[in-house]
Ligand binder design. Sequence first.
Ligand code: UD1
Length: 419
Amino acid sequence: MDKLIINGGPRLNGEIRISGAKNAALPILAATLLADGPVTISNVPHLHDITTTMELLGRMGLELTIDEKMNVQVDSRTIREFFAPYELVRTMRASILVLGPLLTRFGRADVALPGGCAIGSRPVNLHLQGLAAMGAELTVDGGYIRATAKRLKGADLMMDLVTVTGTENLMMAATMAKGVTVIRNAAREPEVVDLANCLIGMGAIIDGAGTDTIRISGVESLSGTHYEILPDRIETGTYLVAATMTGGHVKLKSTKPELLEAVLSKLHDAGAEITTGDTWVELEMNGKRPRAVSIHTSPYPGFPTDMQAQFTALNCVAEGTGVITESVFENRFMHVLELQRMGAQIQIEGNTAITTGVAKLKSAPLMATDLRASASLVLAGLVAEGSTEVHRIYHIDRGYETIEEKLSNLGAQIRRVPG
Ligand code: UD1
């Protein structure tokens, strides 16, 4: 298995381009199941999770073509199977996103119960409850969700919790249901809006995406379209934290800073000077050490849980003490044990990490445990004394496109070693 070796020290400096958002590309790939014609998607990031989703669609019989610029065309008219096998689903929880489209368009779906990142129990009960309220017959048998429906019916769905993929699955299911569906307490994440815009491009009737109430009027069929995925706000945030921790200066292009307000405000508190345009963000630390920040994660527009681990790494080398409370997922502090092995002063109390910055972290062999946790270990490696090895980096390849190349372009000393 590959590992990353990072020699800590250099201040990051330079410009890079941000990739398309993984969490928008995944539901949009699943949405191609709804269209009665080819859907072309551009700005698709080159990531493991994307490859897994494409493999999943390919196994169902869909025709996929990819050009060298990662424009992906998917044609669902050749579908043969309505089945998502465990061997693929277990590596990526977002595979559950095929359930809603399969059921609403073809009336049947067998989807393995998902695995994915080991960050808390992460059930899919709200996806299933919503589909049942729309008239689906669902059983869970042998680790598989077996679902059938004649035609889904519109329903008024009050979500107990804000769930991103739950909202997306139900929104996709509702596009071809009979009548009107209202999703209340819906997720407001920009990726939900991106999916809604793509569905609207396919002919769906959707109002209110980006608010907590989404209203969908079902149509008989959806057609092919062309859609460009929005930039990845989490990748953007991760490189901004990297620059802040190293006292550096970066300009990130092809991004959308307006989607990162909560993150930019915390980086400002940490001492960064930030300038933004519509499609770029520039951050300057002037060689300063960052100040520790306190954070409470919550659904959008709150501070994203997917940036929690990176800010925990930042606090490890910051001036002062920062308190980070994780309120979206249980058990999302697995990076803390690894950071402590580098000399970080972190105390965990329930779902809160209290970190007092140290002047220097020390390198150590590290084990990545989930996607964002592994990013935080790479960030820690950038500022640690000596050479840090991060193992099990398949987690990082699920969500960061060519991370070693992008960081090298910013002046980091990082390389991938097959092992
Ligand atoms: C999505 C993102 C992930 C991000 C998360 C929260 C994708 C592909 N992944 O994950 O990167 O960290 O949103 O922003 O978009 N829950 C239930 N029952 C359900 C569904 C969720 O109890 O049926 C709970 C979860 O355990 C969790 C909370 O709701 O505590 C939020 O999870 P959810 O928004 O569903 O996360 P994902 O959509 O899996």
